[in-house]
Write a protein that binds this ligand. Structure first.
Ligand code: ADP
Ligand code: TYD
Length: 216
């Protein structure tokens, strides 16, 4: 007879869990809490984020801080390139990690592109541009931490000295609407777990944990 932890570990192979939400929704906080909990359960976990720390991700960060300016189409293409590198690079590409049995938690994935880049261009274009990433690795589940944009901005202002390109309330209103539209459009092929992020951190964490039980 195998004990519980061994059994659990054997069951958990090749998962990608993506965290999504508008800036300030609390998704990074929830991702870290889930990672700690899974580790305690004996699950091999790797945490990561987009934009990544790669040279492409570094260029994106310069756009987000206003250090360099680019056409929205070029920004969208950079996110696509950064994502493919995130999946495929030989050093820490997440496809190979998932294939090796690690549970990868990513702070943002292609739904971020669907939601943010579709404010400036048609969502079809953005979905099409991300087709290759979707084919390479579709998340087991995408956790959407939902908060009203006003609350998200209040959290950002409280926690940080400066704001980035997309961190205006009206922009975040548009992004939230587009997240919901993207979820509706892809509901036949994607697994979206909606979580009310307005509650205290530990309550949200428990809700995330409960929703994910079906996948472990
Ligand atoms: P995101 O990754 O979505 O931008 P963060 O996890 O970085 O969000 O959280 C943004 C800010 O809000 C941080 O200062 C964080 O401590 C705070 N925060 C996160 N979750 C909550 C919550 N449930 N209630 C109140 N504040 C929160
Ligand atoms: P991030 O550092 O995760 O910001 P936050 O912690 O505030 O959520 O992401 C930086 C910004 O990049 C964020 O405003 C969302 C944006 N973004 C896109 O516009 N498209 C994308 O494909 C990704 C991954 C991020």
């Amino acid at each position: 007879m195998k004990d519980g932890i061994q059994k659990r570990t054997e069951m958990k192979k090749g998962r990608l869990l993506a965290f999504e939400g508008i800036d300030g929704s609390g998704k990074s906080t929830q991702l870290m809490l889930l990672a700690e909990r899974l580790k305690r359960e004996g699950v091999p976990v790797y945490t990561t984020m987009e934009p990544t720390a790669s040279p492409i991700g570094a260029m994106i960060r310069q756009v987000l801080t206003g250090r360099i300016k680019m056409d929205p189409k070029v920004i969208a293409a950079l996110f696509v390139a950064d994502r493919l590198d995130h999946l495929l690079n030989d050093v820490d590409g997440i496809r190979m990690k998932v294939e090796a049995g690690t549970t990868v938690l990513t702070d943002r994935y292609y739904f971020s592109s669907y939601a943010y880049q579709s404010v400036d261009m048609p969502m079809d274009w953005v979905i099409q541009a991300n087709e290759e990433s979707r084919k390479i690795l579709r998340p087991t589940a995408t956790v959407f931490i939902d908060v009203p944009p006003k609350m998200a901005i209040e959290r950002i202002v409280k926690g940080r000295a400066s704001r980035e390109l997309f961190e205006e309330q009206s922009r975040l209103e548009a992004v939230r609407e587009r997240y919901l539209e993207a979820f509706e459009r892809t509901k036949d092929t994607e697994t979206i777990l909606w979580v009310d992020g307005t509650r205290p951190v530990d309550v949200v964490a428990e809700a995330v944990w409960e929703k994910l039980q079906a996948f472990f």
